[in-house]
Design a protein. Sequence first.
Length: 145
Amino acid sequence: MTLVFQGSSALSLDAKGRMAVPARHRDALQALCGGQITITKNPAGCLMVFPRPAWESFRDKVMALPMSAAGWKRIFLGNAQDVEIDSAARVLVAPELRAAAGLSKEVMLLGMGTHFELWDAQRYAAHEAEVMAQPMPDALQDFTF
């Protein structure tokens, strides 16, 4: 059985940059990776939060990229931070990563299947509005809702 993370959670970062892992994901993350996660930059302006097995798969794909993608390897691998979910079910988001994604106190954690995206709440609201204002992409034209 493959775990699929979905849904959004409005969260707050504490003064030290920690966020609480939503209760609905805690048991799955504990079972899947023993609370071991990796956080890195996403070119969309947010952070990607991977359970360790999903990170290892993503990391292997990035490492296999050709030299022409060396800049992207630096973004994904060079900024990756391995962290653990602590005994209070919190994750520390490194200051460098918080700054890169413009994270303030209010954040949104979005389940994206194998991993999560962590957005500044205001930045995500603006991003979502921008996406909704665009025409539907061809890939979705024949999609039934």
